[in-house]
Design a protein around this ligand. Structure first.
Ligand code: BGC
Length: 760
């Protein structure tokens, strides 16, 4: 079997054989308790967990950070246990360790895999200097549902973009070899289809037919494996009736089909929760189900300890040994036996360096999406005399970081207000919050199934208070005095991420009311939205001249936002999801299958009678400060053999007055196939920078295998016939052509790998 080290290009064969030998030797010396111990992962260095470490009963700790703490716990494992097996320290390094970068959905919006790779390199350097060797990232779950709070941690709705981003993050974290002292072991999660939870409710059931699973939800995981990801995490959801942590069918895709040699860890308490899911009666059954399905390490709940109480006949010792081997192999490959400790002297000097902060600023600049810019209100002129900076997020440090900000500190963040003051030292900058954002009180589930949810004073799912001490009238006075108003609205970071699903996409509290009154002053208004999901901005889109989706931009939020607003950099990010008009449209995604009644002059077509069926903004959409003209689409390979490549090009010209970066996108559509195909599928993109007036030819090359699909029997086919192709600025526009795929003399190519392989 290939080793993880091999997958990432290291160590060389001799070292691999040596590692296997060392694993064997060690395994032979281990008692059953020590073996099970290696499969146990606990959170935090409490006296209890450290005592377990001393007894040789722990393989990994997580949420223990800092060189001093990790070294202290490691010393117990190395100096006070019989076999001196080092601990592996895990942590959720989701968008930076101390230097907090924009949230993952934001950096995915950059469509810039090299930037993403650089970000994760920095995160890896900072985290490893603090003793952390394993991150529970990237989250590569595709989602079509912005109600799901964890959309903020992913790369949106598209399997191709998701695959490119997944591979880039893995490359960035692991940097080729987990043995490198500055590389962080990556963990693609949550295998699989977590983003498909019904109703967007976190931890819920996902019903995903196999074709959808394989074409939409699995590709980013496959791309992570292709990039050499060393570990995977299962999820808390059930998939087609079987919790993912005991889903042997799913895990056999990973192990058998893809040959994944690495370690699989459960999600937090997920083994124990097999009981609540109702597929195990007790800890022993839960542990057995997870272990035999292919979950090597048990996160947090300690349930694998019950394996020790099974009779010899009940315990599948070969399965257990294989799981232990994966843990030991990873520790050997990561060099932990040779270098179990972290150099405490390096920790502080690695964090928040000038270079890291500079990258955070660039990442934030590249992650903001310009959604609207009526009459070119943006960029604003720096000679403006009076600016009103309004809104509850304008001077809020903690929320600039976004959810899951690891060791990020609020004090490190530059707020938008600070950024504007720094950018405009001569201007008068007036500030008022206007309203507060009230927190939500999550409703407890009803005790009796089917009983109505308890209604509290605040109402089910409503904000707990209608605004706070902040004062709308003060904000209006500021707006009236100013030449222009920049208003920062959105969600608190805690409203996004895990266990933060929402039933509404509105601005929480009285924020929209504030916006309406500010707009009513008649002064020009720029709306900057900070949120972890697309919000319902129909009113704003109808009435506000300029709108930027900034997500949570990280430590350099204020500087980067101001760079974009005042034109020191041009916006270049694109939507990684379709932006719904209203919550009732969900799920809405661009790559939906063709329907029998797509359009008609009357009502008898797919859609709603009270709402458009198009999104407010399509996937791939985003404006710049200039204008690009697309022309001259040429299919260089009008007939493509199933084993060959499609090549297609177009001329893109910057016809505006400023330089700009365009994300040029390639879409295809198979006109006749065994199954209904998506109306469009993204197959490539390029970020290209143009000077004013510059024209370039952009050429795409796509392996024909990537044009294929699954037939009704789940065979991968590349259907012959006519395909549409677009080179486009987003999923709803573009210039079109066609090409033919020839029938294959030797039959279809039954391998979807090339189709999923990310962009170089
Ligand atoms: C989350 C995972 C995370 C883990 C460890 C869980 O609740 O679902 O994504 O990695 O906790 O913190």
């Amino acid at each position: 079997m290939a080793s993880v080290g091999q997958m990432v290009g290291q160590p060389p064969a001799a070292t691999h054989a040596e590692i296997e030998h060392r694993v064997d030797v060690l395994l032979r010396q281990m008692t059953l308790e020590e073996k099970v111990g290696q499969l146990m992962q606990y959170t935090s260095a409490t006296p209890q967990t450290l005592e377990q470490v001393r007894q040789g009963k722990v393989g990994s700790l997580f949420n223990v950070t800092g060189a001093e703490n990790t070294n202290a716990a490691q010393r117990i494992a190395i100096e006070r246990t019989r076999l001196k097996i080092p601990l592996l320290f895990g942590y959720d390094v989701i968008h930076g360790y101390r230097t907090i970068f924009p949230v993952p959905i934001a950096t995915a919006s950059s469509f810039d895999s090299s930037l993403i790779e650089q970000i994760e390199r920095v995160a890896a350097r900072e985290a490893t200097a603090a003793g952390v060797k394993w991150t529970f990232a990237p989250m590569v779950d595709i989602t079509r549902d912005p109600r799901w709070g964890r959309m903020v941690e992913g790369a949106g709705e598209d399997p191709y973009l998701g695959s490119v981003v997944a591979a880039a993050r893995v490359r960035g974290f692991q940097a080729g070899a987990v043995a490198d002292s500055q590389s962080l072991i990556a963990c693609a999660k949550h295998f699989a289809a977590y983003g498909a939870v019904e109703g967007g409710r976190d931890y819920n059931t996902a019903e995903v037919p196999e074709r959808l699973l394989r074409e939409v939800y699995l590709p980013p995981f496959r791309a992570a494996v292709g990039a050499g990801v060393a570990t995977m995490m299962t999820g808390l959801q059930d998939v087609n009736g079987i919790p993912s942590t005991a889903n042997s069918q799913l895990l056999s895709i990973l192990r058998q089909e893809w040959g994944f040699p690495g370690l699989v860890v459960s999600d937090y308490d997920a083994v124990q929760q097999l009981i609540a899911h109702g597929i195990a009666a007790n800890d022993q059954q839960a542990a057995l189900k997870a272990l035999t399905a292919g979950v090597d390490m048990d996160m947090a709940d300690g349930t694998y300890l019950s394996l020790l109480s099974l009779s010899p006949g009940q315990l599948p010792i070969r399965v257990l040994d294989e799981a232990v081997r994966r843990v030991l192999r990873l520790k050997f490959e990561a060099g932990l036996f040779e270098h179990p400790y972290t150099d405490a002297g390096k920790e502080n000097s690695s964090e928040l360096t000038n270079e890291n902060v500079k990258l955070a600023r660039r990442a934030a600049q590249e992650s903001m999406i310009l959604l609207k810019n009526q009459n070119n209100l943006l960029p604003l002129d720096k000679s403006v005399k009076t600016v009103a900076v309004l809104g509850p997020l304008a001077d809020d440090k903690a929320d600039q970081l976004g959810s899951w900000a690891a060791q990020g500190r609020a004090e490190d963040a530059i707020t938008p207000l600070q950024g504007i003051k720094l950018k405009l030292p001569q201007a008068q900058v007036l500030y008022a919050k206007g309203v507060d954002i009230p927190s939500f009180e999550k409703q407890p589930p009803s005790q009796i199934a089917g009983a109505p949810a308890p209604v509290t004073a605040t109402g089910v799912g409503q904000a707990s208070a209608a605004g706070g001490p902040a004062d709308i009238s003060e904000a209006l006075q500021m707006a009236r005095k100013a030449d222009v108003t920049i208003i920062f609205l959105g969600e608190l970071a805690e409203m996004t991420g895990e266990a933060s699903s929402r039933a509404s996409l509105s601005f929480p509290g009285r924020q929209e009311e504030l916006l309406q009154q500010v707009v009513a002053t008649g002064k020009p208004v720029v709306l900057v939205i900070e949120s972890g999901r697309p919000l319902d901005i129909r009113w704003a889109n109808d009435h506000v001249a300029a709108i930027i989706q900034a997500w949570y931009p990280g430590v350099q939020a204020g500087n980067a936002i101001t760079d974009v607003i005042f034109g020191d950099t041009s916006p270049s990010a694109r939507l990684p999801m379709s932006w719904p008009r209203s919550v009732g449209q969900i799920p809405i995604y661009y790559n939906h299958d063709s329907t029998g009644r797509p359009i008609s002059p009357d009502r008898w077509h797919t859609g709603y009678i009270d709402e458009s069926s198009s999104p407010l903004f399509p996937f791939g959409y985003g404006l710049t400060y200039t204008t690009f003209r697309y022309s001259g689409l040429r299919v260089l390979t009008p007939s493509v053999a199933p084993t060959a490549e499609l090549r297609v090009q177009a001329e893109i010209e910057n016809v505006g007055q400023r330089s700009g970066t365009e994300v040029v996108q390639l879409y295809i559509h198979d006109r006749v196939a065994p199954t209904s195909r998506p109306v469009r599928e993204l197959k490539g993109f390029e970020r290209v920078t143009f000077k004013a007036g510059e024209k370039k030819t952009v050429v795409f090359t796509v392996n024909a295998n990537a044009l294929g699909s699954y037939d009704a029997h789940m065979r991968w086919v590349i259907p012959p016939g006519t395909y549409d192709v677009w080179i486009a600025p987003n999923s709803a526009e573009g210039i079109a052509g066609t090409f033919e795929v020839l029938s294959s003399a030797s039959g279809p190519v039954h391998d979807n790998d090339a189709g999923l392989r990310p962009h170089p």
